[in-house]
Design a binder for this molecule. Structure first.
Ligand code: NAD
Length: 498
């Protein structure tokens, strides 16, 4: 990885040429209405681009292009090995344009460009490569019927996949949906979040350059209430893969019922618990990862470890470690490689975080942070914040804040820790820190979460499914299991003479 300086990033940002039009049927187009909305850099307030404000008419156009492409088989009936070649080329193009992809996300939603160029953008290339390489190695089934019957059970692409994604990892959330859905042979209509549409538009352009045929990958930027809703209600969309808040996930289930009973795969919010037992010998490692688990990406992470349950005998010394780490993670310009934390996505999200913080000052003990700040006199930034002795039923411990705010809750017994951890409407992820193997197995068995990380946080890879339980949704991204979302089981039964 090259060494980037602050000046490098500033000059790259100044030279960036940003496309804000929608991408349909292989080319950039304006919204039919001609309307646009502004993409704003939350670190500076500067307008980055005018973006096509797609609505129902544009979603109709994109879905029609996607359907036509699916029906004529230009992608859906291409040999898997050929689709693989094109998606591998796309992975290469993302790598060739790594800095640009990283900058688009950083400028659009405030994340550190250093994280975007080392985590998000390479992650996107890796996930396209992973699904590309997988797709010509999957075999279907022949059912064990009797002689005279040959029953083939095959996975076939669904048709048109709608994907609606959030703003916290714009490129990666788009990739998690698109890479698997495209690899499986579907056409895709992607609606990025209105706060962060830029990297998805560039991704679509790179996909076309790689050889993804026209109409197969379309991007319709716009608002949730218009473009998102139109996709959810569309009669010709076969599957809606959603990542975002639980409230919006529920809406997509309703849209499906009101329209064509399309499959809906919600991957929604979280309030993930992190349990630190006194028998964990490496409390420094636990504190490093607990801080990463809540402060990485400004805490705007669905699986952020926002509830820290610490065994009472070590609670005070552990909180002291956490305070030191929080104080070393202060916000700065997202383009400066020396910055430890970026900007919050926008004014509305910043105000929402500060409402939780202000209420928390009265209900719990604020031990560090709690302030909104500016960088170079501008922008939406919040200091890493820790509340100690949070009551288990306090909103700080129950609601998804989606910002750099940690709630510390002491516990006395293993059963009590598990009961409090599970007493949440969410079940996306959880972490356990202990040196006792039996306890690690016992506790991780009982935690209601899609992923339990033991002696680490937020364990995640292309090889393992990512998704939740309870109101964190039931869709799974990543791994071969995510292909289940984008394919249907089809039986072809052949009678033959014996
Ligand atoms: P959000 O639900 O407000 O928006 C997500 C997407 O849905 C956006 O594209 C938005 O335009 C669209 N949308 C909003 N309202 C809509 C409506 N009425 N009809 C149709 N579409 C609509 O969520 P957000 O604020 O963008 O993202 C933060 C949320 O995403 C958090 O709850 C976070 O936990 C969740 N998230 C979950 C995962 C996961 O894998 N489970 C990953 C990342 C983020």
């Amino acid at each position: 990885m090259p060494h980037y300086t602050y000046d490098d990033w500033k000059s790259r940002a100044a030279a960036l040429s940003i496309e804000g039009r929608a991408f349909m049927d292989g080319r950039f187009v304006d919204a039919a209405s001609g309307r646009t909305f502004q993409s704003v850099n939350p670190a500076t307030g500067a307008v980055l681009a005018e973006v096509a404000e797609c609505d129902e008419a544009d979603v109709d156009r994109a879905v029609a292009a996607a359907r036509k492409a699916f029906e004529d088989g230009r992608w859906s009936r291409m040999a898997p090995g050929d689709r693989k070649g094109i998606l591998l080329k796309l992975a290469d193009l993302i790598r060739e344009n790594l800095e640009e992809m990283a900058l688009l996300d950083s400028l659009d939603m405030g994340k550190l460009v250093q994280d975007a160029v080392t985590v998000d953008a390479p992650g996107s290339a890796h996930f396209f490569q992973w699904y590309a390489e997988a797709i010509d190695k999957l075999y279907d089934e022949v059912a064990p019927t009797g002689p005279g019957d040959l029953a083939l059970v095959r996975r076939v692409p669904l048709g048109v996949v709608g994907a609606v994604v959030p703003w916290n990892f714009p490129l990666d959330m788009a990739t998690w949906k698109a890479a698997a859905a495209l690899a499986a042979g579907n056409s895709v209509v992607l609606k990025p979040a209105e706060q962060s549409p830029l990297s998805a538009l560039r991704l679509a352009e790179l996909a076309a350059e790689a050889g993804v045929p026209d109409g197969v990958f379309n991007v319709v930027p716009g608002y949730g209430q218009t473009a998102g809703r139109a996709l959810g209600l569309h009669m010709d969309v076969d599957c809606l893969a959603f990542t975002g808040s639980t409230a919006t996930g529920k809406r997509f289930m309703e849209y499906s019922g009101q329209s064509n009973l399309k499959q809906v795969w919600p991957e929604t919010g979280g309030k993930s618990p992190n349990l630190v037992f006194a028998d964990c010998h490496d409390l420094d490692a636990a504190a490093d990862m607990a801080a990463f688990g809540i402060f990485f990406n400004q805490g705007e992470v669905c699986s952020a470890n926002s509830r820290l349950y610490v065994e009472r005998s070590i609670k005070d010394e552990f909180v002291a470690r956490m305070i030191a780490r929080a104080e070393a993670t202060q916000p700065g310009d997202p383009l400066d490689p020396a910055s430890k934390m970026g900007a919050i996505v926008d004014e509305k999200q910043t105000e929402g975080i500060m409402r939780f913080v202000d209420a928390g000052r009265k209900s719990a003990t604020l031990v560090t942070g709690g302030e909104r700040v500016t960088v170079n006199g501008k922008g939406c930034f919040v200091r890493p914040t820790i509340f100690d002795d949070v009551a288990h039923d306090d909103p700080l411990a129950r609601d998804e804040i989606f910002g750099p705010v940690l709630s510390v809750i002491p516990f006395d017994t293993e059963d009590e820790a598990i009961a409090m951890a599970n007493d949440s409407v969410y079940g996306l992820a959880a972490s356990v820190w202990t040196d006792d193997l039996s306890r690690a197995c016992r506790v991780s068995d009982r935690l209601m979460a899609g992923t339990v990380s033991v002696n680490t946080v937020d364990a995640l890879s292309a090889q393992t499914p990512f998704g939740g339980m309870k109101q964190s949704g039931f869709g799974r991204d990543l791994s071969l299991h995510s292909l289940d979302k984008y394919t249907a089981l089809k039986t072809t039964w052949i009678k033959y003479r014996t």
